[in-house]
Design a protein around this ligand. Structure first.
Ligand code: G4P
Length: 529
């Protein structure tokens, strides 16, 4: 098949980290090494002046964060690389999780002084659930850092995975001398005046060539490095690509994204070790990315990306074959044929209309309101149905009430449309309609986004009262919630399909409900689609 090479050379990964670990800086360095941008600092400017490429929503600019996940594509060494950026702020949303569903591997950026942080933990769990390969970049070695052996130990113990350091830091902070590539046996030597403006040159060296090594990094660092590398060679995990592919062994890279250390070593090794587009399951059957015709699923829907056009974009991850602009494809859920119009891709910082794309790529297409998260689009005549994207239970709740009865319609429309995108969930209160609803979100920032969007896109202001509730469960079908014994704080709601749910403030409240209502077995939110 003529597009086999195109597919095989694609690498689609998500980059994840706790805020401030250096994800944006590293992404920028990838683009710099890939030649997609000319100078560092163009993805993200100085403090207070961030230009992350996905900053298209005003709220993002105002708060200096990127609310949505963006996709960037660049070429490196014959590979076509798609980076799925996940929002890098304290908050969390379903969007972040869904982005991971569209990736074939993940790069986890860790601050060498801090080790594993709460967001890293959450994101890691989702990656582990999917069993995708996870690569680790331990960043900021130019600052005081924790002992590298300790950091590896923490990764292994906390995540239950093996680690394979591909390179090794030579000191840290004031004593940082660079990084040593264990396979190539070469060093990238630190030059404090360089500050990441140029690509680094790796210098080949032999650790036993004492004179040369001392000249490069000094006798003290040379001695330490030699000892540590000996220890590693003897005691660390063997490299096993099968284990990497299963997500059981994480190749680890040490470096300093800001100063370009470890960036090239990372790119070269990552591209070799990470998988080309993986097969996806359609009703239990694996769809081969190369053998099959075009197929893709929607993993994200975003409204009003361009305020001038009030558009709505559905993001597709292409799972197999080749996409051609202008051709008709089958939207499987509705059984209708569609033309994916205005297909676009993010090439570095530019949004471009494209004529073709291949398995592994992410395309955004104009959505006239027909797509839902998880929908499959494929060749006419096929009935591919990709496994649904898992839903995640909201963890924060608020009652949202319209205050202007003249705008009742806009309120209901705005809430429903934004809910359709999947960023929020709406629940109805007993005996109430859409004028007063309970909203559930995965990350609290979504409340701000909702308020901002309702006002700017639908011209509606509302009153919001936050609830102390954090847990939600479905009731089994046929159980009448009014007959249940519940604690006073437990709230009864229904979803838009009329199914009954309960919202709780804490675990003990759930236990109470199950104990006081013998035979009642509540259903986890994510078990219901
Ligand atoms: P994030 O996307 O994961 O949130 O992190 P980001 O890249 O924005 O980096 C957070 C801060 O850490 C930035 O500093 C960035 O310059 C710094 N940083 C990233 N990599 C390194 C590194 O290797 N060494 C050191 N020393 N610092 C690093 P900032 O002060 O918030 O922004 P800025 O003024 O530098 O732009």
């Amino acid at each position: 098949m003529n597009y086999e090479n195109e597919i095989r050379r694609r690498r689609t990964f998500a980059i994840i980290s706790h805020p401030d670990a250096g994800k944006t800086t590293l992404t920028e360095k990838f683009l710099l090494y890939g030649g997609a941008i000319q100078s560092a600092g163009s993805v993200k400017g100085k403090q207070g002046d961030r230009h992350a490429t996905s900053d298209w929503m005003e709220i993002e600019k105002k708060r200096g964060i990127s609310v949505t996940s963006s996709v960037l594509q660049f070429e490196y060494d014959g590979y076509c690389v798609n980076i799925l950026d996940t929002p890098g702020h304290q908050d969390f949303s379903e969007d972040t999780y869904r982005t991971l569903m569209a990736a074939d591997s993940a790069v986890m950026v860790i601050d060498a002084a801090k080790g594993i942080e709460p967001q890293t933990r959450k994101l890691f769990r989702v990656c582990a659930l999917r069993g995708i390969p996870i690569f680790t970049f331990i960043n900021k070695l130019d600052r005081e850092a924790r002992d590298p052996f300790d950091l590896l130990d923490e990764l292994e113990k906390e995540f239950g995975i093996g680690t394979y350091p591909v390179n090794w830091p030579i000191g840290c902070g004031r004593d940082f001398r660079g990084v040593f590539d264990r396979q190539k046996r070469c060093v990238e030597v630190f030059d404090e005046f360089h500050r990441g403006r140029e690509r680094l040159q790796a210098i080949e060296c032999d650790l036993t060539d004492v004179e040369k090594m001392d000249g490069l990094i000094g006798p003290y660092a040379r001695k330490n490095l030699t000892e540590q590398v000996e220890l590693l060679d003897a005691a660390s995990y063997e490299f096993d690509i099968e284990q990497v592919r299963k997500g059981k062994l994480s190749p680890v890279f040490f470096g300093s994204a800001l100063n370009n250390f470890g960036v090239e070593t990372f790119l070269q090794n990552f591209l070799k070790m990470s998988p080309s587009p993986l097969p996806h399951l359609s009703e239990g059957v694996e769809i081969d990315p190369v053998e099959e015709g075009f197929s893709a699923f929607v993993f994200k829907i975003q409204a009003n990306m361009n305020k001038a056009h009030r558009d709505r974009i559905a993001f597709f991850r292409i799972c197999s074959g080749k996409f051609e602009r202008g051709r008709e494809y089958r939207h499987v859920r509705s059984g209708k044929n569609v033309k994916l119009s205005q297909p676009q891709q993010m090439m570095a910082q530019e949004r471009e209309v494209i004529d073709e794309a291949y398995a592994g790529d992410i395309i955004g297409v104009f959505d006239p309101g027909i797509y839902s998260i998880g929908d499959t689009v494929c060749e006419v005549g096929r009935e591919i149905r990709y496994a649904g994207i898992p839903t995640f239970a909201p963890e924060h709740f608020a009652v949202v009430e319209q205050i202007d009865s003249m705008k009742r319609k806009q309120f209901a429309k705005g809430m429903e449309q934004i809910a359709e995108e999947g960023a929020i969930r709406i629940f109805l209160e007993p005996g109430m309609g859409m004028e007063r609803v309970t909203v559930g979100v995965v990350g609290v920032l979504q409340f701000d986004v909702l308020e901002f969007r309702m006002e700017s896109e639908y011209g509606v202001k509302y009153r919001r009262s936050d609830l102390p509730h954090t847990l939600i469960r479905y009731l089994p079908e046929g159980v009448d919630p009014t007959t249940l014994k519940l604690m006073q704080s437990t709230r009864r709601v229904t979803d838009l399909k009329g199914r009954n749910l309960l919202i709780f403030t804490a675990d003990y409240e759930i236990r109470w409900a199950e104990e006081k209502n013998p035979g009642l077995s509540l259903i986890e939110f994510d078990q219901v689609t």
